[in-house]
Design a protein around this ligand. Structure first.
Ligand code: B12
Ligand code: SF4
Ligand code: SF4
Length: 381
């Protein structure tokens, strides 16, 4: 039975399948509750809402006997770190430059689950990211690889460009040996993080992670992170891209997850022009669409401000009257970074005086104060 399921999984594009059982899992409740108690999940309240089920697969489904954990590769062709240096371009995380993996993996998991249940009196439930399931920890327990110091699951065969899914089943399978860590003394992922999001190896404070800030976080992004965000307009790949185990990854991205060429290095000037309809059209079927146009444009404005290129100032000026205060606020910030003090004051008179949103008003105050400061620095004593 196992061999048939493995062959089917391979046929469906999965590069790895390993099995564990609920009595073989490490101490999930402690690990999760510690993370939640620290507040490391930020505003992702959904991580806390069904924490008991997240930490207990049997609590989620009492009929559970075995857990099949599956991985699909999305290894990018280019090094994502090269893109971070191209400041006139927006960097979209590698996983998001393609069809939404939730749909692709869920579809394949359902097919595999259907195949399994057709083989006998077997019940299955399939999960990919949308249910309270700790996929990385299950994957390590099943032996697919190990959670690296960056907390992401990686393996010696596939590196860390893997997306995960799980099948809970009432069938009894022999479990595999759990994964063993091979990080050794390496700390490349910890050192490269632009926002110091790792308080310690194997622990991530999501509140500081660019992936959280640009995707999950709905409000304005705190000033302390804006410069470090650089041109990352959706997610971040730095800690993954630097991992030495990727060099040994033989697996190419699955064809169903082929990257879209137009999302490889989109021009910031073009992204800055997106309205709701063109945003939805450009990102149709990708994970970016779920974040929504306003949050995305907020990120684009930060990238424009970080470009250091005054020629992009026009892209920020055009968003000073945007209907979304999130976008207006970051457009003000970008103008403050790219324009001369006189120009910022003139823009404030034209666009800022009538501003009603308190956050955007604060941005105007900060931008005009910054330009005053710059004036002071350049005026003769
Ligand atoms: C919440 C979430 C996020 C949050 C928090 C990330 C995080 N590290 O938890 C944010 C928004 C930041 C995020 C970002 C990303 N995510 Co995400 N995310 C999730 C989600 C929904 C839940 C993860 C979770 O349970 N976190 C809770 C904490 C408690 O878990 P943890 O970090 O694993 O913590 C463990 C360790 O601290 C460990 N631990 C504690 N002490 C010690 C000590 C030692 C020695 C060891 C070994 C371990 C250990 O115990 C904890 C529990 O096991 C999963 C999908 C899912 N349902 O599982 C996807 C998932 C983890 N994300 C994924 C991806 C691809 C990403 C990004 C790469 C996307 C991007 N490019 O922007 C980044 C990576 C950032 C990073 N370095 O983690 C993939 C990762 C695949 C893989 N190979 O592991 C997943 C599995 C989605 C999927 N179905 O494929 N994500
Ligand atoms: S995804 Fe980026 S910001 Fe988040 S932990 Fe990794 S390097 Fe740091
Ligand atoms: S970069 Fe180094 S420390 Fe980080 S996950 Fe990879 S091997 Fe482990």
């Amino acid at each position: 039975m196992r061999r048939l399921v493995e062959a089917r999984a391979q046929h469906l594009g999965f590069c790895g399948l390993r099995i564990t059982r609920p009595d073989r899992l490490p101490d999930l409740p402690d690990r999760l509750s510690r993370w939640l108690e620290e507040g490391a999940h930020g505003t992702m309240d959904w991580m806390a809402e069904r924490a008991d089920q997240r930490a207990s697969p049997v609590g989620l489904w009492p009929g559970l006997r075995s857990i099949l954990v599956l991985a699909m590769s999305y290894r990018p062709e280019d090094d994502p770190l090269d893109l971070v240096a191209r400041t006139d371009r927006g960097a979209v995380a590698a996983y998001a430059r393609r069809r939404d993996y939730h749909e692709v993996l869920k579809g394949r998991l359902k097919e595999l689950g259907g195949y399994l249940s057709a083989k006998g009196d077997v019940r299955v439930k399939v999960f990919c990211d949308t249910a309270p399931v700790m996929e990385k920890t299950l994957a390590e327990a099943a032996g697919l690889g190990w959670q690296g110091k960056h907390t992401v699951l990686l393996s010696r065969e596939h590196g860390n460009w893997l997306l995960l899914g799980a099948i809970y089943t009432s069938a009894e399978f022999e479990p595999d040996a759990p994964g063993r860590g091979h990080c050794g003394s390496c700390r490349a992922c910890l050192d490269i993080c632009p926002t110091d999001a790792f308080p310690a190896p194997y622990r991530l404070d999501a509140r500081r992670c660019i992936s959280y800030l640009t995707i999950e976080h709905a409000g304005p992004i705190a000033d302390e992170f804006r410069t470090a965000i650089g041109n990352r307009v959706f997610g971040c790949d730095d800690c993954l891209a630097v991992c030495p185990w990727n060099k040994f990854a033989r697996t190419a991205a699955d064809a169903r997850l082929a990257a879209r060429a137009d999302l490889e290095a989109p021009a910031l000037a073009e992204l800055a022009e997106l309205d709701d309809a063109s945003f939805r059209k450009l990102f149709a079927g990708t994970p970016v669409k779920r974040t929504g146009r306003d949050r995305f444009l907020r990120n684009v404005m930060i990238a424009v401000g970080n470009s250091g290129d005054p020629r992009l100032a026009g892209s920020a000026i055009a968003r000073l009257d945007d209907a979304s205060p999130l976008v207006r606020g970051m457009a003000v910030w970008a103008c403050g970074r790219l324009l001369e003090p006189d120009a910022v004051r003139a823009l404030h008179r034209r666009h800022g005086v009538a501003e009603t949103d308190s956050h955007v008003r604060d941005e105007w105050s900060a931008a005009t104060a910054l330009t005053e400061l710059r004036l002071g620095e350049t005026s003769p004593a």
